[in-house]
Each structure stands twice: as C-alpha cells, then as structure tokens.
Write a protein that binds this ligand. Structure first.
Ligand SMILES: N[C@@H](CCC(=O)N[C@@H](CS)C(=O)NCC(=O)O)C(=O)O
Length: 214
C-alpha cells in the first residue's frame, strides 16, 4: 500500500468538479510516477468534521506516513521534493520553481479567486477587474518570451500556474495568445488528463452511491 494519501471530499456539487484542488496533487503524483491512494472526508459537515487535518475545513490535504500537510501548494512542494521531474535539484532551478509556484498562488490566484467569486455572484461592476487584467497582462509578457516558467522545462510551477489559469472565466477575460497556448500546452499533458478524469470519475461514483442510498 502507498504511504501517500490524497484527501478530498466524498462528494461535491457539479460546479467545482474537475477543479477541486486535489487535482493538483493527483496530477503531480502522476507526473512523478509516485504511487498514491485517494481517501475522503464528508462534504456534509465539512466546516467541522476534519479540522484536525485542515483547520479551515477544506480539501485537499496530503498524508505521507505520519506527516499530514494541508494547503495544496504545500502538498505540491512536498511532492516536488520527492521527484526531480517536478522540481530540478540544482539550487537555481529549485529556486526558480519555488518562486513561480508562490507567484501562481500569491500573485495570480490571490487575485483570480476573489475576482471569480465576484463574477459568479453577478456583481455588476467587478472592482477587481483592473487588478486581474493587469496581472494577466504582465504574465502574458512573460509567457510570450518562454515556454516554461522555470528551468527551461516543465516543473511543478507550470502545473500550479496552469491550474490557476485554466478556469474558463479567467481564460475568457481578454485575448492573451501566449497564455492560452501555455495553458493548452500544460493541460495537454497525459498526467493532467488522467488526474482530471480520475477526479470526475470519483465524484460520478459518489453520485451513484448517494442515489443508491436514497
Ligand atoms: N488555499 C487552499 C484552498 C483550498 C480550497 O479552496 N479548497 C476548496 C476545494 S478546491 C474547498 O475545500 N472548498 C470548500 C470550502 O471552502 O468550504 C489550498 O490551496 O489548499
């Protein structure tokens, strides 16, 4: 049995399927060829039922033997340390990878998530639109000059950045050809496709057991 366990919800509504962040960890394990199992905590009662593992009641979290790690970025970094396929071992390549992983979370997703929430809540004037566009424009310039974010090859930084950018509303906000080509390039990888298909199958199976339970 594998020591690596990726924890996600037992079920989620249709909307977030294919985007629940356990996908980042599944994808990383697939890229690195690391064996893993997926286990669940109940979606119902999530605010309180697994706070000892994830203090905000969210998923994912990762177990590796006795170690429990919450935050998808921290879990990804833990996996990246296990495999050179995800993060180069030389100090420069490692520093570049970590830097861009943090940029995906703390420079792009930090804006994209609140911007997206305002969009889907039907806000007439999304006050974060200017901020969002300028971050995406700056990233577009970077991506028009290179194929990968760090070390001239695919790393966990690309995995994370592409996962943040692939949200359809984010992709639709303006015309950024280099970003679009980048997201397509990264999400065309077989490991992403497998991770996404596995997540969709996981929640589809949950629908069946829910309806069987009546
Ligand atoms: N910063 C956290 C965010 C985790 C997060 O937003 N998880 C979502 C699923 S992708 C969740 O658990 N949502 C349910 C909730 O917040 O109640 C991470 O990257 O792990």
């Amino acid at each position: 049995m594998s020591d690596l366990i990726i924890w996600t919800y037992d079920w989620v509504p249709q909307g977030p399927r294919g985007f629940v962040r356990d996908l980042r960890l599944r994808w990383a394990c697939e890229e690195a060829g690391l064996a893993y199992a997926v286990r669940t905590v109940p979606f119902d009662g999530r605010q309180t039922n697994h706070l000892q593992h994830q203090p905000f009641g969210q998923v994912p979290f990762l177990s590796d033997g006795d170690l429990d790690i919450f935050e998808s970025g921290a879990g990804l970094l833990h996996l990246a340390r296990k495999s050179e396929k995800l993060m180069p071992r030389d100090p420069d390549g490692e520093a570049q990878t970590v830097q861009w992983m943090i940029a995906a979370l703390n420079t792009i997703e930090m804006v994209s998530v609140p911007w997206w929430f305002l969009e889907v809540s039907g806000a007439k004037d999304n006050g974060l639109a200017g901020w969002m566009k300028s971050r995406l424009d700056q990233l577009e310039k970077v991506l028009s000059e290179r194929e990968w974010l760090a070390a001239d090859r695919f790393t966990s930084a690309d995995l994370l950045m592409a996962d943040v950018l692939r949200v359809s509303k984010v992709r639709a906000l303006g015309d950024r050809p280099a970003t679009e080509t980048y997201v397509t390039r990264v999400t065309d990888r077989p490991s992403f496709k497998k991770a996404r298909a596995d997540q969709l199958a996981h929640f589809a199976a949950a629908d069946e057991s829910r309806s069987a339970a009546g």
